[in-house]
Ligand binder design. Sequence first.
Ligand code: HEC
Length: 213
Amino acid sequence: MNKFFISLMLCSFVSPVWSAEAMLETFKVDTDLPAIARGVDDLMNNCHSCHNLKYVTYLDLAKLGIDRQKIDGWRGDQPMDAPLASLMSDEAAMQSFNLVPPDLSLMTKAREGGASYVYSYLLGYYNTPDGVTHNHIFPATKMPDPLGMSTTTDHAQREEIRKTAHDIVSFLSWAADPHEQERYRLGYYVIGYLVILTLLLYFVKKQIWSRLK
Ligand code: HEC
């Protein structure tokens, strides 16, 4: 009987997490430079007016290999090591939304569901028949639908919006952990080195013991 109650309690703790996660669309991060470059372009056009990315500088974009002319167009007379600061002041944001939109630099790490959460949130806007805009993933959000998902009914255009969201979230995933790919590469070298070292030591040991026998 006790077991029954314990499993019942466990189920009631776990199930809300399941249902929230189940609503998220699975997102596969694209680590290719062209996708990330399109992503930063789309982000500068659609998100940067309201959001900061205080841990990403124009110099980081240049080092990544983003087109220098584009970077110069975005930064204007700001120095290369300036962060991507939002075009909206905190006061103006408070007036419009009663809050300051969160910084996006670490967003794909900051929310449960990570990149899939951000992707699903951007695509989660819909209009009710009486014309009110809602979001499946974040029902009470104060962010106006930035990519126009709620007002687009044309299939091809909705696919375009999906692609834009995909590239933006790929860029945001890079921004949240710029050295991830290098770390993976280094990991392969380290494992390769350890395998070779193990083999060498094995043969050395064999040789020494063969002399002792
Ligand atoms: C018109 C201003 C505006 C634009 C443009 C905008 N946002 Fe937002 N965003 C907001 C506000 C306001 C919030 C805070 C929402 C809330 O907490 O209710 C927010 C919140 C967010 C959040 C956090 C949600 C959470 O779980 O707290 C993410 C992620 C986000 N925006 C991504 C984006 C992306 C990506 C774009 C571009 C495609 C974008 N935003 C464009 C105003 C904006």
